[in-house]
Design a protein around this ligand. Structure first.
Ligand SMILES: C[S@@+](CC[C@H](N)C(=O)[O-])C[C@H]1O[C@@H](n2cnc3c(N)ncnc32)[C@H](O)[C@@H]1O
Length: 233
């Protein structure tokens, strides 16, 4: 008799666990669908803000796809502006439950980004920080498996050097507004920093033996390089 009772108890417990699991799965699916719809709506409307230029869709899509393809979960963005690229990245991260830290120095852009993150439902996947990335990036603990660099161009080399020890093997450091014909073109000119010749981010990245750096060949791209870390350093 007690054996039958034991079987009944085990059966009920197992059914309960399976039901709870299926219900969680259903909740996750409907949350994903909700986020997908809100993100698509956001991305369909062009970013009208005057704050720093947002990535074109072709670059946003590439960032999203890189994160999905590699299963990255711990991302960092330097230069949030109003959050368009962060939304592409966090959209991809939301599927495996990853997280993005994004840094912006301008309070107005930061506030607008926060509103955009809430509007898309991605705010729970994004840790948005207001401040100077020159100071914040070296203090971050990591590890990161994906980094998108899109702030002051004349500081890219410093950002790469600061992040590399915290980048996981197999991780990717993507940099925006980089192109083959513009090797020395980053500069110290105002906050967005285009202009000065001399320092070459691409040359620097390619001089690091355990990094594999290419510029993506994408029609309509504003120049997107990817550097994959191939060994522990
Ligand atoms: C090109 S915009 C970023 C666009 C954004 N990644 C997107 O595609 O939606 C560059 C941003 O970097 C920010 N920025 C520049 N220098 C910075 C610094 N030292 N620390 C943090 N943010 C900085 C600017 O205020 C600006 O909003």
């Amino acid at each position: 008799m007690w054996k039958i009772l034991l079987l009944v108890v085990i059966f009920s417990l197992t059914t309960g666990v399976v039901e709870a699991y299926l219900s969680d799965l259903g909740d996750q699916k409907s949350e994903d669908a909700d986020i997908d719809a809100r993100v698509r709506k956001f991305l369909q409307s062009p970013t009208r803000s005057w704050y720093g230029m947002s990535v074109p869709d072709v670059d946003g899509q590439a960032l999203h796809d890189i994160v999905i393809q590699h299963g990255y979960k711990n991302a960092l963005e330097i230069g949030t502006s109003v959050g368009r690229s962060a939304i592409w990245i966090a959209w991809a991260l939301s599927k495996p439950g990853g997280r993005l830290i994004t840094i912006e120095i301008d309070p107005g852009a930061y506030r607008e980004a926060l509103a955009n993150f809430r509007a898309t439902g991605l705010d729970k996947y994004i840790d948005a920080r207001l401040g100077d990335a020159h100071k914040i990036v070296p203090e971050l603990q990591g590890p990161f498996d994906f980094v998108f660099c899109d702030a002051d161009k004349d500081w890219y080399i410093n950002y790469l050097d600061a992040v590399l020890p915290k980048l996981a093997v197999g991780g990717c450091f993507a940099a925006h507004n980089v192109s083959e014909g513009f090797l020395g073109g980053f500069g110290r000119r105002g906050r967005f920093g285009f202009g000065r010749g001399g320092d070459s981010f691409l040359e620097h990245a390619r001089s690091i033996p355990y990094l594999e750096t290419t510029v993506l060949d994408l029609r309509g791209s504003a120049g997107l390089s990817v550097s994959y870390k191939r060994a522990a350093k």
